[in-house]
Design a protein around this ligand. Structure first.
Ligand code: ATP
Ligand code: MG
Length: 411
């Protein structure tokens, strides 16, 4: 679990700002859920035989109830939607952003408290909305300047029935290859054989080429849905590869699943994953409602942006107000207040704590200000102020009434 320090927060603010703007441009509404839920919610939604539920949840007893720090947002979002009557016979297009918790081995791009932004759509069953979500993510990567470093993988995992048939075939296949399977795979081949498909074990990967293909078991509706989605993505000019082995780590998915992957973060290459989960609302006690969504890991996006360098980030301080001499402190404070009103968005810091000009200019440099405004006794008496460019060093004296105009370009 990490601190986000002042040196890092401008990049975080940029990423969060772009994410909110892009999602907002599609008309989606924000929901904010609690960070703890009943443990059984996650067990039911995510599935008992998944990495998350088997070994990654932070669970604790609260008197006689078992609670869990949320490891992801979809379960809580569905719980909230049902509980608040948002899903019954309605369409909802929602998003949320915030910390998630998973007890994993910490490494670059993988943390125990991390931040996700999730987008969830309820009440729409066509491939059009799947395409919209993918187009939204593509726009996001473009706005963040990382589109060229990401690729889209896509698959359809079909209906529950289709998957049940496929499951049976897979179990038969694994039974014939017992000698290659590791502990994890042996344990899972009967409970959740699809998960063996994305095993990282090289020996297992080697036999998977001969495993039955999910595509051969897909039901007609799922096939049509997938074809419809591919057509829309083609028309939108979004490139993708169909990865038949893509199954995703959580049990609730059906039909469309997708991931955006980068090669620039080592093993932690998936920055965004999502798909359809048409059965989940009913499974959690609501009326059957089609649903689709995705979640992206903000730490991994921030890492990608850092790797690329060359970031233009908003300064924390544009203008630093320096004063020296009787009565100048108050004049400086007043000018700073006025500027905050006259130039919305301008970031003005008044020097506090006294000291000579030299000390004050040092502070101005330290906080990274672009401009110092200097008020001595002469300036106050004459209604002027000195504008000093802290990078170049040149300075000009202007009337106080003009100063707002002279600084407006800094925003
Ligand atoms: P991975 O295969 O990397 O463990 P996952 O399939 O468990 O990912 P999801 O549950 O799909 O991940 O979560 C969506 C996104 O959240 C991931 O693509 C990733 O960007 C991010 N994410 C997941 N777990 C972590 C973590 N422990 N630390 C940082 N980001 C994470
Ligand atoms: Mg994981």
């Amino acid at each position: 679990m990490n601190d986000c320090l002042p040196s890092q927060s401008p990049l975080w603010q940029k990423v969060e700002g772009v994410v909110k703007n892009v999602i907002g441009a599609y008309g989606y509404s924000e929901v904010r859920m609690p960070i703890v839920e009943m443990t059984h919610l996650f067990k039911r939604a995510i599935g008992e035989v998944t990495d998350v539920v088997e070994k990654e949840m932070y669970t604790f007893d609260d008197n006689d109830e078992s609670l869990t720090l949320r490891p992801e947002g979809t379960a809580g979002c569905v719980r909230s939607g049902i509980q608040n009557g948002l899903l019954y016979n309605q369409e909802q297009r929602l998003w949320y952003m915030g910390p998630m918790f998973r007890h994993e081995r910490p490494q670059k791009g993988r943390y125990r408290q991390f931040n996700q932004c999730g987008v969830e759509v309820f009440g729409i069953d066509g491939p059009d909305v799947d395409a919209e979500l993918i187009m939204m993510t593509a726009r996001l990567w473009r706005e963040l300047g990382i589109y060229e470093h990401l690729r889209l993988e896509l698959n359809s995992i079909g209906s529950l029935d289709a998957r049940a048939n496929y499951r049976t075939a897979l179990i038969e296949f694994f039974e014939q290859h017992q000698e290659v399977l590791d502990e994890d795979a042996k344990r899972r081949m009967y409970t959740n054989p699809l998960r063996v498909l994305d095993s990282k074990n090289k020996d297992i990967q080697a036999i998977l080429g001969d495993a039955p293909k999910l595509a051969d078991y897909l039901d007609d509706e799922s096939q049509q849905h997938f074809a419809g989605l591919c057509e829309l993505l083609d028309a939108a000019g979004i490139e993708y590869t169909v990865n038949q082995r893509l199954v995703r780590g959580l049990d609730y998915y059906n039909r469309t699943v997708f991931e955006w992957i980068t090669d620039s973060l080592g093993a932690q290459g998936t920055v965004c994953g999502g798909g359809r989960y048409d059965g989940l609302v009913e499974q959690l006690g609501g009326k059957a409602t089609p649903a689709v969504g995705f979640a992206m890991g903000l730490e991994r996006l921030v890492l990608m942006m850092e790797n690329m360098g060359n970031l233009s980030l908003r300064r924390a301080v544009d203008v630093y107000v320096v004063t020296a001499g009787a009565g100048t402190m108050l004049a400086g404070m007043k000018m700073a207040e006025q500027l905050r009103e006259q130039v919305p968005g301008l970031r003005v810091m008044s020097h506090c704590g006294g000291g000579n000009f030299k000390k004050q200019f040092k502070r101005a440099d330290k906080v990274g200000a672009a401009i110092a405004l200097v008020l001595g006794e002469d300036e106050v008496n004459q209604g002027t102020v000195v504008i000093k460019d802290l990078a170049g060093g040149e300075q000009t004296t202007v009337q106080q009434a003009e100063v707002a105009d002279k600084l407006a370009h800094l925003v």
